[in-house]
Design a protein around this ligand. Structure first.
Ligand code: C2E
Ligand code: MG
Ligand code: MG
Ligand code: MG
Length: 284
């Protein structure tokens, strides 16, 4: 075994590449069936106000209940959905299902907005203002209650087409947020060119946050920039009461994270909200 030849190792390498390719093809076939076989489910995670702790919105997060592999997290199949174009129909299903759900919650007196992640690939796969306005109409959700989360990577091309695409959503009254802010792109000039109104600070900056470390300086800088540009700011990945209070003291207005709740299936989110007793913070 120790004297394995280079040739054998090469053989091993190609085998595992082959295996990888087979797995991908199998997963692609499975993903094609996922929608029609009802294996996809949307989980919802609350977005809360830092000071009052009250829920202001929910983010829709996709889950795949695979028939043999169990729950597959989105990071493991969204890229495949993008490469294969399946993100087109899947993305449309997410929007339609989540808008209908939140609209239903509104009718039950649960008032919060809906945030949905979209992928740049959806632009060439039928996602446009016309589709969005028909979804909003069908589901009876007000455009102002919908936020689309995009990543900095989607703005990299800085093209007029991308701007026009996003602007057409804003013209409907839909809001746009930059997800994972601070991890994707070094130039901030896109903030001027694109009709963005919310930044979500990536949890990378929150993980080790205390009031007196470098992350706090970075978060403080982002907060003051967001203020001057009149952008709404949400911190992602808030896991502890300490992080919550540090963010509140630094002036971050909105928070999201396991400290409040993990993403939950729709019915469990309602139970969580009904049992939830927000804790108010005061500056001392
Ligand atoms: P994201 O949009 O940045 O979503 C936030 C992720 O952070 C979610 O992971 C959420 O479960 C996780 N998270 C929330 N609070 C905490 C916390 O306190 N600590 C930690 N460690 N994690 C926290 P999830 O659900 O696995 O989703 C991963 C990514 O997959 C999302 O990141 C988003 O980029 C993508 N994604 C999810 N659903 C969709 C979708 O419907 N469409 C598209 N295009 N992408 C999606
Ligand atoms: Mg997101
Ligand atoms: Mg994020
Ligand atoms: Mg992300």
């Amino acid at each position: 075994r120790a004297k394995q030849t280079g040739r054998n190792r090469f053989q091993f390498f190609t085998n595992s590449l082959q295996e990888h390719a087979n797995n991908l093809m199998e997963m692609e076939q499975d993903l094609r069936l996922a929608l029609e076989q009802n294996q996809l489910e949307i989980y919802y995670q609350p977005l809360v106000r830092a000071q009052s702790g009250r829920v202001t919105g929910v983010e829709a997060l996709l889950r795949w209940h695979h028939p043999t592999q169990g729950m597959i997290p989105p990071d493991q199949f969204i890229p495949l959905a993008e490469d294969t174009g399946l993100i087109g129909p899947i993305g449309q299903w997410i929007l339609e299902t989540a808008c209908r759900q939140v609209s239903q919650w509104h009718q039950q007196g649960l008032k919060f907005y809906l945030s949905v992640n979209i992928s740049g690939r959806q632009r060439d796969l039928g996602l446009d203002a016309e589709l969005l306005s028909s979804i909003l109409e069908r589901t009876e959700l007000a455009a102002g209650q919908l936020v689309l989360e995009i990543t900095e990577g989607m703005l990299l091309d800085n093209s007029d087409e991308t701007i026009a695409w996003l602007q057409s959503f804003c013209d409907l009254g839909i809001h746009l947020a930059i997800d994972d802010f601070g991890t994707g792109y070094s130039s901030l000039s896109y903030l001027k060119r694109f009709p963005i109104d919310t930044l979500k600070i990536d949890r990378e900056f929150i993980r080790e946050l205390t009031l007196d470390n470098e992350d706090a300086l970075l978060v403080e800088a982002i907060i003051s920039m967001a203020r001057s540009l009149k952008l709404r700011l949400i911190a992602e990945g808030v896991e502890t009461a300490e992080q919550r209070s540090a963010l509140f003291r630094l002036g971050c207005e909105y928070l999201q994270g396991y400290h409040f709740s993990r993403p939950l299936p729709a019915d469990q989110l309602v139970n969580w909200i009904q049992a939830y007793q927000p804790e108010r913070l005061t500056l001392r």
